[in-house]
Ligand binder design. Structure first.
Ligand code: UDX
Length: 423
């Protein structure tokens, strides 16, 4: 099939390259000239494992353009993969989704045949039918589910393993209303061997939120139990090993520590809270999930002060800035809260991250950045571990005070003083 993808950010690029790997042709639509240029030179504008290799391998099977008309006339199905950032109050900002719908609508005016539009961006229940549909209809002069198809197909990609997740998902959720669209999407996903759940559009939208909210809840729950365990002198990781053996619970995604960051969990849980409140519900669990998560990095600072009561003028080393390993992404990273707090206390910070320092420098130009983790160890005796990059396992922490938010076993073994956040 010929697929067009609106928005060549993280989700768009990975989805597009995934469809290419499945044998389709893809055209990326973006407003950013620099991104278009990079994609057309087979250079990924973001870092994601395996993406560059795939872009080089399949050069010629895809291109990027600014021109919606050309892209839509030359494709059978269009995925909206633009960002849905969080507004100040936690509500989601639909500016990019609306703009995409408008441009798609205008282009569809001239298109013959049954074109299918699929919303992949994370949008709250009701958005596809109440916001996207009327905009496309207005600008195309056509009717959804009769003249063109409309569907919602959430993504469940984890950064760092996104291509693998795309090609080997736990499930594919397809939210549709009309039979024709259903058949087209089923055909597109046919090569992927995974359960395919066909639901209505609103349900698909909700599955994405409920999944992310559940995973975020699991982490905040692990942290709450972890905090209690810490007080009682119990290793919470051992506890979750035991708990996770219950097949109804599963041991995955059960690591207590500093809490969750990233572009999805905090944003999606907050948006769901707001939506719930709009409907008159009070989402008690979801609010607690956010509250626990916001307090968790401060636990690390609390433990640090137990061993180094006066932080003013003290140099504190930070290992890891990215919100998780194998990414350069620092959105909602725990490191941000931790560095802010350290600076507030008058500490000097020296940080190292294998991939995320460039992004972090844009937020914090006033701290020192080391060229290696070893350099951090050479320059200070007080180390905070914030992201569990594998290379931090290789270090010898002898003579150091280590406060660990992610459980690096070599630090646990070799440090002079070692404290884990939840163990
Ligand atoms: C997440 C979802 O997993 C994915 O399905 C969705 O599409 C987007 O959001 P991602 O943000 O890439 O993906 O990261 P993920 O690997 O899920 O980790 C999120 C955060 O939770 C990280 O900060 C990580 O450190 C933290 N985490 C994860 C824990 O603290 N404990 C765990 O057990 C697992």
């Amino acid at each position: 099939m010929r697929v067009s993808i609106v928005g060549s950010g993280y989700v768009g690029l990975v989805t597009g390259m995934g469809f290419i790997k499945l044998g389709n042709d893809v055209v990326f639509i973006d407003i950013d000239d620099e991104k278009i240029k990079m994609i057309n030179q087979a250079t990924p504008p973001i870092y994601e494992e395996g993406l560059e290799e795939l872009m080089k391998e399949f050069k010629g099977k895809y291109y990027a353009t600014k021109d919606y008309h050309e892209a839509i006339l030359n494709s059978d199905i269009t995925f909206i993969c633009v960002g849905t950032p969080s507004g100040e109050d936690g509500s989601i900002d639909l500016t990019y989704v609306k703009k995409a719908a408008e441009e798609i609508g205008k282009a569809l005016r001239e298109k013959e045949g049954y074109h299918v539009v699929v919303v992949k961006s994370t949008v709250l229940p009701g958005t596809t039918e109440e916001v996207v549909k009327p905009i496309i209809e207005e600008h195309s002069g056509k009717k959804a589910f009769e003249d063109f198809g409309l569907a919602m197909n959430p993504e469940f990609l984890r950064e760092g393993v996104a291509l693998r997740d795309f090609l080997n998902p736990d499930r594919i959720v397809i939210g549709v209303k009309d039979e024709k669209t259903r058949q087209i999407l089923e055909k597109l996903y046919e090569p992927i061997n995974a359960p395919k759940l066909i639901v209505d559009i609103k349900t698909a939208e909700m599955i994405k939120y409920a999944s992310n909210a559940f995973l975020a809840t699991k982490i905040s729950f692990a942290n709450e139990i972890g905090n209690i365990c810490k007080r009682l002198g119990i290793d919470s990781w051992k506890v979750f090993e035991g708990v996770g053996l219950d097949h109804r619970i599963s041991p995955n995604f059960f690591k207590s520590g500093l809490g969750f960051g990233g572009s999805c969990f905090p944003k999606d849980v907050k948006a769901l809270i707001r939506k719930a409140e709009e409907t008159g519900e009070e989402p008690l669990i979801l609010k607690a999930v956010i509250e626990v998560n916001e307090k968790q990095p401060l636990k690390l600072i609390g433990l640090l002060k137990k061993h180094v009561p006066e932080l003013k003028g003290k140099t504190v080393g930070i290992l890891g800035l990215a919100f998780k390993p194998n990414t350069d992404d620092i959105r909602e990273a725990r490191s941000i809260i931790i560095v802010e707090k350290l600076l507030e206390e008058g500490a000097k910070v020296i940080a190292y991250d294998p991939k995320a320092m460039k992004n972090f420098k844009r937020l914090f130009s006033q701290i020192e950045y080391a060229n290696s983790a070893q350099e951090v160890l050479e320059k200070t005796d007080v180390i905070l571990i914030v992201t569990e990059w594998p290379e931090f396992e290789e270090l010898d922490y002898s003579g150091k005070i280590v406060i660990d938010g992610r459980r690096i076993r070599s630090a646990e073994k070799t440090a002079k003083i070692y404290e884990g956040v939840c163990w």
